[in-house]
Design a protein around this ligand. Structure first.
Ligand SMILES: C[S@@+](CC[C@H](N)C(=O)[O-])C[C@H]1O[C@@H](n2cnc3c(N)ncnc32)[C@H](O)[C@@H]1O
Length: 336
């Protein structure tokens, strides 16, 4: 294909993508996620994923030889509507074309000398600070003010991207590095929310699940000991139903766009949904002097569909006086 044909095809694909999106065609579907999950569970070597325009693409589910030096893990990449419709400044191309979901390869973080016991010690240390904190008090008060109708419909919690509980820091006094402090606190919040919901729902158990690939290994082993069931991507997404509270905090994937397509949950506690603004690519010089372009949108961008979803929920800003969570908002279904 010559370059004129290529740019006509690109223009055409973008128009088709926008038209289908505006007509309501989901970018992410349960059927495709179930199929990827099935292939991963059965240790299949390859998977076929259709793109937004129904073209078929085959991906390796084993790390291929060409990146085996640097990668040891298979990942699912979720491309929101911005990724499918934002032209790269270096020539007319869209890095991911019309692929809403793809398979990529990365390296898994491993923490040397970290054991479940060390994580538990850090967790217990941080628990004291958390239980005495203003943020914990605010959270408890906010949940106690939810109406019975709002809490009765929640039977489980699925947390996304709550961060690396094993990123302990041998140099800091108590051994907890900043990212682990946030991660441990965010997992504690999940547990306290479950406790309050249980109490308010007459003792009915509220199951807690999480999905964050960074905790694979020791992190997940620790989470199981505190009553959280860690799930591999994409099982967390598949676990969400209309009785779920989704907690998602600054994820590296488009959690809000995936959930908006898959299932409106009973409630969410996640990054505050703000009207999206058009952004431009930026150039960045890396440490080795190499200049690269930075995609202008966040890893969990707000789309028109996320805005429409948020309109179906009552909203209450989360009060994070201690700065462990960032700017979050509660969303509770208006018809609850
Ligand atoms: C910016 S960090 C936020 C961590 C933590 N919530 C915090 O506030 O410090 C992004 C997180 O997204 C997680 N993440 C990446 N891919 C994910 C996926 N497919 N599902 C869930 N979490 C994912 C990363 O492992 C990482 O912990």
């Amino acid at each position: 294909m010559d370059s004129l044909d290529e740019s006509l095809k690109l223009e055409n694909d973008m128009q088709k993508t926008l038209k289908l999106y505006n007509e309501g065609k989901p970018l992410f579907t349960r059927a495709v996620l179930e199929d990827i999950n099935h292939h991963l569970e059965k240790n299949k070597k390859k998977v076929m994923i259709k793109d937004y325009l129904e073209n078929e693409h085959i991906y390796d589910l084993e790390v291929p030889y060409w990146c085996a030096d640097t990668a040891d893990t298979v990942r699912i990449k979720y491309n929101g509507i911005e990724a499918l419709t934002t032209l790269h400044p270096d020539g007319d191309k869209i890095p991911w074309g019309t692929r809403t979901m793809t398979i990529t390869y990365g390296s898994h973080y491993t923490a040397d000398n970290i054991t479940v016991e060390k994580v538990r010690a850090a967790f217990e240390h941080q628990r004291e600070a958390w239980e005495q904190s203003k943020t914990c008090q605010h959270l408890t008060r906010q949940l106690e003010n939810f109406t019975p109708g709002q809490v009765v419909g929640i039977t489980k919690i699925v947390g996304f991207a709550l961060g690396p509980v094993t990123h302990l820091d041998s140099k800091s006094v108590c051994g907890i590095g900043p990212s682990a402090t946030n991660a441990l606190t965010q997992h504690m919040a999940l547990l306290i929310i479950a406790d309050i919901l249980k109490e308010r729902n007459g003792g009915r158990d509220v199951k807690c699940y999480t999905q964050d690939p960074i905790n694979k290994g020791v992190g997940n082993e620790f989470l199981k000991t505190i009553g959280i069931t860690p799930l591999d991507d994409p099982k967390g997404f598949l676990e969400v139903d209309d009785k779920t509270l989704v907690v998602s905090i600054h994820p590296n994937v488009s959690v809000r766009q995936v959930i908006a397509d898959l299932q409106y949950p009973a409630a969410m506690l996640w990054d505050t949904v703000e009207e999206p603004v058009k952004r431009e690519w930026e150039q960045k010089t890396m440490d080795d002097g190499h200049v690269t372009w930075i995609f202008p949108y966040s890893t969990d961008p707000v789309s028109s569909r996320v805005i429409r979803m948020a309109e179906q929920y009552n909203q209450l800003p989360f009060d994070d006086a201690d700065d462990w969570f960032g700017k979050l908002t509660w969303y509770v279904r208006k018809d609850a």
